[in-house]
Design a protein around this ligand. Sequence first.
Ligand SMILES: NC(=O)c1ccc[n+]([C@@H]2O[C@H](COP(=O)([O-])OP(=O)(O)OC[C@H]3O[C@@H](n4cnc5c(N)ncnc54)[C@H](OP(=O)(O)O)[C@@H]3O)[C@@H](O)[C@H]2O)c1
Length: 265
Amino acid sequence: MVKEQLKAKNIVITGASGGIGAEIARLCAASKANLVLLARSIDKLKRLKAELEAKYQVRVDVFQLDVSDTDQVQKVFREILARIGDIDILVNNAGFGIFREAHEASMDEMKRMFKVNVIGLMACTSMVLPKMRERRFGQIINIASQAGKIATPKSSVYSATKHAVLGYSNALRMELSDYNIQVTTVNPGPIATNFFDIADEQGTYVKNVQRFMLKPEFVARKVVGSMLTRTREINLPRWMNLGSVVYVLFPRLFERIGKRMLNKK
Ligand SMILES: NC(=O)c1ccc[n+]([C@@H]2O[C@H](COP(=O)([O-])OP(=O)(O)OC[C@H]3O[C@@H](n4cnc5c(N)ncnc54)[C@H](OP(=O)(O)O)[C@@H]3O)[C@@H](O)[C@H]2O)c1
């Protein structure tokens, strides 16, 4: 997939060392965008940089960043802005989940999930907003989840973080609508990535949902396809999105039936 409009655009991707972040990076590189890739695993980022530079002759900068450390976020983004100038697209993709019932979740787990999935995402966004507003150009793509629309048993904390991402993004979209800055949220259902190594230690969920898991390349194609467009939200798969509409319309019924049917974890 090549998207001509991305040529020479500066795209920053958090959580780019694996999973859908790395796939998004591959497609952006194929479209000749300049990339800045961020994650904690600097070795994986360096390997991806070498792969993309060799294959596509594009510029790829990598920085080690734990998005939950907001001081580090500020430092790294200042360096990025100094090095590449303007950021055209920010993809807030870094995130993780731990599937556990609320009464079993530790304080540390709850804080970590919110620090990475919510505070980290907001911190990165804050760092690109002033310049984007000044230029009246840009796009912020926030990877949320279907868990941000449909809460299910054992995903209370993770789901709360993704609901927070959607709330933040919706307000942001309205704030930025007069500045020609698009805010796109992405709500995928289960994707076959390493996400479940942490989220689903027992492997129960993966076993139960294996047959309808999305491929990371497919999700990445949808995300890159939305770049520099006015896409508001991407919901995948479509039938799961229908579920979230039914949830809003008939919440009691949905929760009564869903308690059993959606408890795949
Ligand atoms: N897989 C799914 O079923 C699914 C479904 C819906 C939404 N999502 C969302 O999609 C996004 C990507 O997930 P994925 O499926 O691609 O999972 P993944 O393969 O585990 O990748 C997660 C990425 O986030 C990075 N990351 C995690 N913690 C970080 C931190 N503190 N600071 C910086 N980077 C961090 C990881 O890099 P390092 O470990 O190197 O830092 C990695 O590159 C997440 O936001 C996730 O919530 C996933």
